[in-house]
Every structure is written in structure tokens, then in C-alpha cells.
Design a protein around this ligand. Structure first.
Ligand code: SAH
Length: 218
């Protein structure tokens, strides 16, 4: 385990306060964000001083690390309990994965950019998140061999709801997904599969994500 970088303690605390002011109230989500060193997930060290601002930054392969507020909002919607079996689509920098791992999730995460998969897997392992399972592949297909999942989170802008993801949700399970709207942004949706196999839809505020793309990049 690395020694924590005390340089950013105050900035992390300020970020947690900002998230609280923006309406994040789940204490375990706030605690995870107050603990995780976000600068480690940003490759350009010149940006590390800005890591605790509510901003997205480049992570390579034309992708970005999500805004901390977006990560907090999606994590809060998922209502993560210890041991929940969660599938994440879009590992990216690994920051959202680290938050879910801190919340005690039994996490499976998929990335379609080989460069990011190759970089993020060892990073999260080095940080001690040994319960995370990593896959290089197309998240539209989910991970049938490990279904059903208690929760599924998509961290890229979806043009439609992938059918495979709904199928791989257990009864009572939830899918949190940013779905493209007519304004060119995404509406955050939480879809809950009832015991009768019905899908109950809740719509939350708008966000802006990089696109969810089909197939892998190779
Ligand atoms: N959770 C990430 C968000 C990164 S941005 C973080 O905290 O940094 C979204 C990521 O989704 C990108 O890395 C992108 O390559 C990935 N992605 C897009 N479409 C995908 C798909 N079909 N399957 C898996 N990953 C996908």
C-alpha cells in the first residue's frame, strides 16, 4: 500500500464539501471521495493541482475521467451495499471503480479501449483494490458468464438502453445509465427490475459524458 499524499488532504475535504452543497448526502460515498487520491487517476501530472476541482480531465485514448459530482451522483443512485455484485461499463481512469470498491462492491468492470484497460488494471491493483475483476471488451454485451448482477452502472453516454444489460440484472436489481436526450446531453436514468420482471424508470438531472461506442477499439 502506498503512503497517502497529505498534500491534497485539504483539497479533498473541500471537494467533499462542494459535493455536499450540490446535494450528495450518502455518507459512505462522501467518505470514499474524501479518501481516494483522484490525482493518481489523471496521467498528466501538470493537472494534479486541479484534481479536486469538479472537472473532467483527459486520460488518453480521447477519453476523460468523469467529474467528481457525476461519480458521486451515480454512486449515490446505486445505493451500494457491502458485497453487492456490480458491473461497471467504462473502466476509463478507474476512479469510479475505486469509489465502488471503497463502498465494498464485488466489482466487475469492462473497458473497450485497450490502452486504458492496460493502464488502469495495474493502477487499481497497486492501490489495493484486489476484489475488482477487469475485462477488455464491449460493454454493450455486459458479462453474461457472471450474470446476474445486483447493480449495473454505465459511465458513457448511451444512445439506447442495451438489452443485454437489462437481461443481466437480477430481479430487484438496478441499472444506472446516462441516456442521450434531444439536447445533446444525457438524462441520468435509474431502471429497477421488479420481481415481476417489470422495469421501473426514474429520470434524474442532465449530465455530459463521452459516447458509449460499440465493439472494441482493435
Ligand atoms: N468510469 C470512468 C469514466 C471514463 S469515460 C472514470 O471514472 O474515469 C467512459 C469510458 O467508457 C471510456 O473509457 C470509454 O472508452 C468507455 N466505453 C465507451 N463505450 C464502451 C463500451 N461499449 N464498453 C466498455 N467501455 C466503453
Amino acid at each position: 500500500m502506498r503512503t497517502p499524499n497529505f498534500k491534497y488532504v485539504r483539497k479533498r475535504k473541500e471537494l467533499v464539501e462542494l459535493l455536499q452543497n450540490k446535494g450528495i448526502h450518502d455518507q459512505s460515498v462522501l467518505a470514499a471521495i474524501g479518501k481516494i487520491e483522484r490525482q493518481l487517476f489523471i496521467p498528466d501530472s501538470a493537472l494534479h493541482g486541479h484534481a479536486y476541482e469538479n472537472k473532467a480531465f483527459p486520460i488518453g485514448a480521447e477519453q476523460t475521467i468523469s467529474h467528481p459530482y457525476t461519480v458521486a451522483f451515480q454512486s449515490q443512485l446505486l445505493q451500494v451495499g457491502k458485497g453487492d455484485k456490480i458491473l461497471e461499463i467504462g473502466t476509463g481512469s478507474g476512479y469510479q471503480a475505486a469509489v465502488l470498491a471503497e463502498l465494498g462492491a464485488d466489482l466487475y468492470t469492462i473497458e473497450r479501449q485497450k490502452e486504458l484497460y492496460d493502464k488502469t488494471t495495474p493502477l487499481l491493483k497497486s492501490l489495493g483494490y484486489t476484489q475488482v475483476k477487469y475485462y477488455y471488451g464491449d460493454g454493450y454485451k455486459g458479462k453474461q458468464s457472471f450474470a446476474p448482477f445486483d447493480k449495473i452502472i454505465v459511465t458513457a453516454a448511451a444512445p439506447e438502453i442495451p438489452v443485454a444489460l437489462l437481461e443481466q440484472l437480477r430481479l430487484g436489481g438496478m441499472l444506472v445509465i446516462p441516456l442521450n436526450n434531444k439536447k445533446g446531453n444525457q438524462d441520468m436514468l435509474r431502471l429497477t427490475k421488479s420481481e415481476q420482471q417489470e422495469i421501473h424508470k426514474e429520470v434524474f438531472e442532465e449530465f455530459s459524458f463521452v459516447p458509449m461506442l460499440k465493439e472494441t477499439n482493435e
